[in-house]
Write a protein that binds this ligand. Sequence first.
Ligand code: SF4
Length: 282
Amino acid sequence: MEYRSSDMIDKYLRTRKIPSTACSGCGLGMNHKIVVQAIKELGLEVADVIWGTSIGCAGRQTFATCKGDGFAGTHGRVYAIARGLRIALPPEKKIILTVGDGDAFGIGLMHLIHAARSNAAMTVIVNDNLGYQSTGGQYGWTTPQGSHTDSSPYGMFEHNLMSDGMDVLHILKGAGATFLARHVAMDGKKAVETVRKAIRNPGFSLVHMPYPCPTNFAARELGSRNAVNIYRWIQERAAPMGQEKEGTVWSTGIWHDASGSRPEFSQHIHETVDKIRRTGSL
Ligand code: SF4
């Protein structure tokens, strides 16, 4: 299926939100396009998807951009709201959350873990701009080690959720997530294919998607807001799993696929409640 498609815009996006309020050269739109393309390829209609966003660049730039029903959660709480919605909605409705790294892996991590633990059917797209860019460019939970940011002028030296063999995806796998993957914004068709699989999983899916921030991250780390430089910088540090080399920060591809292996949260609750109603016991 063709990757570029102008009718995709008319069908799925609110044109009054285009161009977005993202800075010129921001890579967030590439992540967004990957997700919308995946939806199109799955043959989903506007009414099939419920969108959720949160705070920061990822929340602000994607809120209400897609046609259909959507909601914005407070910082880090969007996963809890989505779990509630999951119980209320028919199982065929897809819940897709477009959030940021600070939201998912920082303030919201405990809520995210509970969404994974319960295997609640939702797809979480973590748009990672490598720190707190909407507040000026402080380092965060996934800022590559050594990077110069507003709050790490000598280079990011704290251990984080991506360094020294630690990986936030390990935490989520341990918590019970049934689909986990990572792609950078420039991964195009491969990322679309992964997001399609993530959305198809009848349980908790998360795709971590680092993307270029020319305005704050690049300005401090590379000394330039020229978008080309930060696109190259990220691409040089990303490699498909199994093809990593020295300096690889992001191993890309499907990291864990246990689709359909555990009972889904809302189905489990509905079945259990039905049984208690019928029999008076578990
Ligand atoms: S601050 Fe960075 S991540 Fe945020 S919209 Fe601007 S370029 Fe994109």
